[in-house]
Design a binder for this molecule. Structure first.
Ligand SMILES: [Zn+2]
Ligand SMILES: [Zn+2]
Length: 442
């Protein structure tokens, strides 16, 4: 597997008009340009300096020294903090026509892209080994995306699917791929702001030390998923998304090799005991110093994610489920576990109401239905109290474990491992069982 360092095409903005400043000389179809430029969508083409084009590519004359600035880039699309800012980038700028608008694309070396992404995603207090592990995961994900876009002949996989009967609604959600570039600059892919903000030295070190390295299995780049906290045991892929079993995303305790056997958490009694207790695990920590490496400031207010509790009154829960699912169950009589995955996460839950009974799944559908935003995880057990004479509970208590889907690397557990002196390769091979770390390019 020997190749040159690839470039990645990042879709940055989608507007009828794009303004940008070339801060050094750039080349376009043999001509040299610099300074402020305006391109406008015009009858299915790009209008630039009074002429129409199908596509424009501005390439720096001297790659190492050049940069350009995109004006008024919208960041945090659909978030409460959505706003516009000018952003600065290295590499080339490509303009294409897409959906009746212009798309501004940054074409940049993979390693430069990763430095920017990891600098903005991870805390500068993270250990070098944790950052190295993250660099390999991000690179694996990115190169798999680029490869997918190159393999045009390969059929695109569905990003969401569901099966529905009178008794069951099982649905899962996965990423939708982009067609005219490899990744977008938003949270949908990985948040990317070019060189607008300075990259941190420790991140540069982590990127350089792992240059070209990705996780592979059976000759293919791994689908290196990760989440905040597994809850003590790894979930398997097929319980969260499509029904595929990946050998490297397998069940295991999130702890030292000699920490004892993982109970079979697909069994209700075992899952009940596991969730109601607090077994030793790498991610079973309340150490603020370690948590701050992985969680941003807002998240740090939450430290009860290894084991957590949520309570609802009957009125709150029935109104919530109606609002979130659009289905009127009437009063909620019970939430019955039907099927759990290897981490104890429910992937089928039966909602029993006075008007309707339905089994829902998979884990994200359950988390969305039972919370105004997302429940921490679907690894929970339910206690009903204040039962009326008719058997309607007045109150529901959900006791849960972990944060996120629990498949692949557990960020809190990995941060603890890094702090305890494990190398990045040991961390990666703990979470991606039997995978290899391969260097794709020098
Ligand atoms: Zn995207
Ligand atoms: Zn964990």
């Amino acid at each position: 597997m020997s190749m040159k360092e690839p470039k990645v095409e990042v879709g940055i903005l989608f507007e009828p008009q794009i303004e940008f400043v070339l801060l050094a000389p750039y080349r376009i179809s043999g001509k040299e340009v610099s300074g402020k430029q305006v391109v406008t969508y015009d009858e299915g083409k790009i209008l630039w300096n009074g002429r129409q084009y199908d596509e424009l590519l501005f390439e720096p004359l001297q790659e190492s020294a050049a940069a350009f600035e995109l004006l008024d880039v919208t960041i945090g699309i659909n978030f409460h903090w959505e706003r516009k800012e000018d952003q600065r980038f290295q590499g080339s700028l490509k303009i294409i026509v897409e959906n009746g608008k212009l798309t501004g694309i940054n074409v940049i070396h993979v390693e430069d892209y990763l430095t920017s992404v990891i600098s903005s995603e991870m805390s500068a207090t993270a250990s070098l080994e944790l950052l190295k592990a993250h660099a390999v995961i991000s690179r694996s994900w990115l190169l798999a995306q680029i490869r997918k876009n190159k393999e045009i002949a390969e059929a695109q996989t569905d990003y969401s699917a569901f099966t529905q009967t009178d008794e069951e609604l099982i649905r899962w959600y996965d990423r939708e791929d982009h067609t005219h570039f490899d990744v977008c600059a938003d949270d949908h892919c990985q948040r990317y702001q070019g060189i607008t903000r300075a990259s941190t030295d420790i991140v540069k070190q982590a990127i350089a030390a792992t240059r070209g390295q990705v996780l592979t299995s059976e000759g293919k780049i791994c689908d290196a998923r990760f989440s905040k906290c597994c809850g003590g045991a790894f979930e398997e892929f097929q319980y969260c998304w499509e029904d595929i079993k990946y050998p490297y995303l397998a069940k295991q305790r999130d702890y030292k090799v000699d920490s004892g056997k993982l109970p079979d958490l697909t069994q209700e009694t075992e899952a009940d005991r596991w969730i109601r207790t607090s077994p030793e695990a790498f991610c079973n920590t309340t150490d603020k110093k370690i948590l701050s490496q992985v969680l941003n400031n807002y998240d740090q207010e939450t430290t009860d994610f290894y084991r957590w509790k949520v309570e609802y009154t009957q009125d709150e829960l029935s109104a919530l489920i109606l609002k979130r699912s659009g289905i009127d169950y009437g009063q909620i009589i019970d939430l019955v576990p039907i099927a759990r995955g290897t981490s104890g996460r429910l992937w089928k839950l039966k909602i029993v109401g006075t008007k309707k009974t339905l089994t829902i799944g998979k884990e994200l559908e359950i988390r969305r239905t039972l919370s105004p935003s997302h429940l921490y995880s679907s690894a929970f057990v339910v206690d009903r109290t204040e039962l009326s004479e008719a058997g309607i509970p007045g109150r529901f208590i959900l006791t849960g474990a972990g944060w996120g889907h629990g498949v692949g690397l557990c960020q809190i557990g990995a941060a603890v491992m890094g702090e305890q002196g494990y190398g990045y390769d040991a961390i990666l091979l703990h979470y991606y069982i039997g995978a290899n770390i391969d260097k794709l390019y020098d």
